[in-house]
Design a protein around this ligand. Structure first.
Ligand SMILES: *Cc1c(COP(=O)(O)O)cnc(C)c1O
Length: 395
């Protein structure tokens, strides 16, 4: 959606708000469906990146289902994706992975999920027989110890000391035939915003370390972190990777991207509340990096902003910050054709993923409204939040 296509419509929305564009989501879904159709692989939505369930019926129409990080996401998939699609005669798959399951939650998880992925042999021993008896497909997450990303240790499940996935050493130490026989598949998740060359290198490590166990499995799950819908992503190489595991081992291949489903398909609209000066121009917005775009601080990264340039590129450079007390609640430094003033609206891009799922009400900040821009171009406010949403989480 370009600046021209907004044509001032952003002025009619309550701010701050997320605007998710249905046509852009569908473009991503079509790319992912193309991969499934050409290869026979199965692709799931990783809900932790994007849980806008108003779009689950659409997502479930294109993808095979969804994966969850815990009980609540599993229930959301059951109620908002599986239920409405069942009414249309379509069965979607529900998968789950958790580093450790809770006894008090496990029976309910079994009601919602088809695939249960465990993080250690001890978890397989504790919960596997019950899951098997309930007719579930059972997987174990492996750690191929193959880091393909630099710089972001907190997003690298292969970093030293990682708790995510069984290393070859731990696999051998805990291996019992009775437990191995419970397994239907192996799961790895090691990538983050990466291209298929990183997947190829990871598969080399998976085969080298765990190759002897693959012929006994039914499926392999490549996890997420595949930036499939990013322009320039090498889809051919991805499809060769999928075929390689299908042809060599007869496996069903699953992928569970989060980002790729809603990449570049959402916006955060914010308003300038005030401007101040301290050696530079600073604008205070009604959107906060800390509350509404936490990955800007955590990753960290500088979100694209429509109509702006890098500092110094355009005539007026301005720092953009949030309305909280946190000194570091800074979205970034940007430049504009004219100075920013009270009431100006700013449209941040690529704000559908890892944004609303991570929102918080630190400082009593309001949660942004959620707006769906339909295929006809019309915006519909799907949800607005208020004081009760802040108060309701406290006591
Ligand atoms: C985070 C995660 C995903 C999704 O990752 P994206 O980077 O959003 O594609 C998939 N599977 C697992 C196990 C994850 O932890």
């Amino acid at each position: 959606m370009t600046k021209a296509e907004w044509a001032g419509t952003e002025r009619l929305l309550p701010t701050p708000c997320y605007v998710v564009d249905e046509a852009l989501i569908e473009e991503n879904l079509k790319i992912l469906k193309g991969v499934m159709e050409r290869t026979g692989a199965k692709i799931l939505l990783a809900q932790k990146a994007f849980s806008m369930y108003a779009l689950y019926p659409l997502i479930g129409k294109y993808l095979c289902g969804a994966t969850a990080s815990g009980l609540y996401e599993a229930r959301l998939c059951a109620e908002e994706m599986a239920e409405p699609l069942k009414a249309q005669g379509r069965k979607v798959e529900s998968h789950i992975f958790s580093p450790a399951y809770k006894e008090s939650e496990f029976d309910e998880i079994l009601r919602y999920c088809d695939h249960i992925v465990f993080n250690s042999w001890k978890q397989v021993e504790k919960f596997g027989p019950r899951a098997k008896a309930a007719g579930k497909s059972i997987g174990l997450r492996i750690n191929p110890e193959c880091s393909t990303q630099e710089g972001h240790a907190i997003y690298d499940p292969c970093a030293a000391g990682s708790r995510l996935g069984v290393t070859l050493e731990a696999f051998g130490m805990g291996l019992l035939q009775t437990l191995l026989q419970l397994l239907d598949g192996l799961h790895f998740h090691t990538l983050c915003e990466q291209d298929s060359d990183a997947l190829e290198a990871t598969l080399d490590a998976v085969e080298e370390k765990f190759g002897r166990y693959l012929p006994g499995m039914k499926w392999i799950n490549f996890g997420g972190g595949h930036h499939i819908t990013r322009p320039g992503y090498d889809i051919h190489k991805l499809e060769r990777c999928i075929k390689r595991m299908q042809d060599r081992y007869g496996l069903t291949v699953y992928l569970e991207p989060g980002e790729a489903v809603a990449l570049n398909a959402g916006f955060l609209v914010a308003e300038v509340l005030e401007t101040v000066r301290n050696g530079m121009d600073i604008a205070i917005l009604d959107a906060s990096a800390a509350c509404h775009m936490p990955d800007v601080l955590e990753m960290p990264y500088r979100p694209p902003l429509q109509g702006s340039g890098k500092p110094g590129e355009k005539a007026f450079t301005c720092r953009l910050g949030g309305p909280t007390c946190l000194a570091g609640d800074i979205i970034g430094d940007y430049s504009f054709d004219r100075p920013l003033g009270e009431g100006d609206r700013l449209i941040f891009e690529d704000m559908a993923i890892y944004s609303m799922v991570k929102n918080n009400t630190f400082n009593g900040m309001p949660l942004p409204a959620i707006v769906l821009r339909g295929k006809d171009g019309n915006c519909r406010i799907v949800k607005e939040f208020g004081y009760q949403d802040f108060r309701g989480r406290l006591s």
